[in-house]
Design a protein around this ligand. Structure first.
Ligand code: ADP
Length: 310
C-alpha cells in the first residue's frame, strides 16, 4: 500500500533530510517511523503526502507515484498534521461535514460516517459544540475523525500525541488502537515516543539522520537485546567501565552509554553474576536490572555505541 524506494530529499541550502530510504507497508498494517527530532520523519511524510517534492527516488501510495500522480495518491490517503486544521468557531460536526463535502462524500454516507466516527473516537457528547470549547485531546480526536471522514485507504499520523499530557495521550492511543481491526486501513505513524510505537505498530522503522537504521516488528527488535538489561550509573568513564566488564565477560558489543549511564544487554550471564562483578570492580554508584524496551533498541542504534574497538 506504501512503497518507498531510494527516497531522498535535499532541501534548498543543502540539508539532506532524507538520505535514500526504502520500505514497504502492507495493506492493513500499522507502520511506525521512529526517530529523534530532525531525523527526517516529517520530510518523509511530506513526500508521501505530496507536499514535499522528492529530490530523487520514488514513493507510491495505494499504487500511485506521488511525484507523477499526486492527485490520485492524495485522494487515496488522509493526513493528521501536528498543527490543528479544524475551524475552532464551528462545531465538530460542521467541520466534519465540510470536510466530507470537500472530498465528495455524498450526504447520506457523510452523516453515517460522522455518527460512526463520533462513536468510535468518543466524540458523541461533544460533536455539536464549537471546537473552541474542546480540550487539547478532544480536538486531536476530532482531527483524526476529520482525516477519516473521507474513507481513506491510507492514514498518515504525524506525531499524533506530541504536546499532550500523559492521561490524554493514553486516551488518544486507545482511540487510535481502536481504529485497528475496524477497517482495512493502512496507517503510517511518526513518533519519537517509543512506548507508543510498541503499543500501536506491527512494524517500526528507526530513522536516524535521514537513514533507516533498523526495521522490524517491535518484538524482533527487542529480542536482539536478549532477556534482561543491566543498567549502571558509573563513577568514571563509561568506556573504561564497559572495557572492564567486557574483560570479565559481562558486556558485549551491544553495550551503550548515555552520559554516565551504562546499559548492558545480558545474554549469557545471570543478573546475579553480573551484579556481583560490578560490585567487585567498584565502578558503579547505582545498579539495576530490568526488561529491555524499545528505548534501549533505539538508544543503542542512535547513541554512543561502546564496541570493542572504542
Ligand atoms: P523530524 O520530523 O524527524 O523532526 P524533519 O523531516 O522535520 O525531521 O527534518 C529533517 C531535517 O531537515 C532537519 O535537519 C531539518 O532542519 C531539515 N528541514 C526540515 N524542513 C526543512 C526546510 N523546509 N528547509 C530546510 N531544511 C529543512
Amino acid at each position: 500500500m506504501i512503497e518507498v524506494r531510494k527516497l531522498r530529499k535535499i532541501y534548498p541550502g543543502g540539508v539532506e533530510a532524507v538520505s535514500g530510504i526504502d520500505f514497504d507497508v502492507e495493506p492493513g498494517e500499522v507502520f511506525g517511523l521512529l526517530g529523534p527530532n530532525g531525523a527526517g520523519k516529517s520530510t518523509t511524510i511530506g513526500m508521501l503526502t505530496t507536499t514535499v517534492a522528492p529530490t530523487s527516488g520514488t514513493a507510491k501510495v495505494a499504487g500511485f507515484d506521488v511525484a507523477k500522480h499526486p492527485l490520485p495518491a492524495r485522494r487515496a490517503s488522509s493526513v493528521v498534521f501536528q498543527e490543528a486544521v479544524v475551524d475552532r468557531s464551528l462545531t465538530g460536526r460542521r467541520n466534519l461535514e465540510i470536510h466530507a463535502r470537500l472530498w465528495g462524500v455524498d450526504e447520506r454516507e457523510s452523516k453515517a460516517r460522522i455518527d460512526e466516527l463520533a462513536a468510535t473516537l468518543d466524540l458523541a457528547e461533544l460533536v455539536d459544540r464549537p471546537v473552541g470549547s474542546y480540550s487539547g485531546g478532544e480536538r486531536r480526536r476530532l482531527e483524526i475523525a476529520r482525516a477519516l471522514v473521507s474513507g481513506p485507504r491510507v492514514l498518515f499520523l504525524d506525531e499524533p500525541t506530541v504536546g499532550l499530557d500523559p492521561l490524554i495521550r493514553a486516551e488518544l492511543l486507545d482511540a487510535i488502537a481502536g481504529l485497528r481491526g475496524r477497517t482495512e486501513m493502512t496507517v503510517l505513524v511518526t513518533t519519537h515516543y517509543l512506548d507508543e510505537a510498541e503499543r500501536l505498530c506491527d512494524r517500526v522503522a528507526i530513522i536516524h539522520s535521514g537513514r533507516i537504521v533498523a526495521l522490524d516488528t517491535p518484538a524482533a527488535l527487542l529480542s536482539e537485546l536478549g532477556p534482561e538489561i543491566l543498567e549502571l550509573r558509573v563513577t568514571g568513564s563509561a568506556h573504561a567501565a564497559a572495557d572492564a566488564l567486557r574483560a570479565r565477560g559481562i558486556a558485549g558489543d551491544e553495550a551503550f552509554a548515555v552520559g554516565s549511564t551504562l546499559t548492558i544487554p545480558l545474554r549469557d550471564t545471570s543478573s546475579g553474576e553480573a551484579i556481583a562483578t560490578v560490585t567487585d570492580l567498584g565502578i558503579a554508584t547505582a545498579i539495576s536490572t530490568r526488561q529491555p524496551t524499545l528505548d534501549d533498541v533505539y538508544l543503542r542504534l542512535t547513541g554512543d555505541r561502546l564496541a570493542a574497538a572504542a
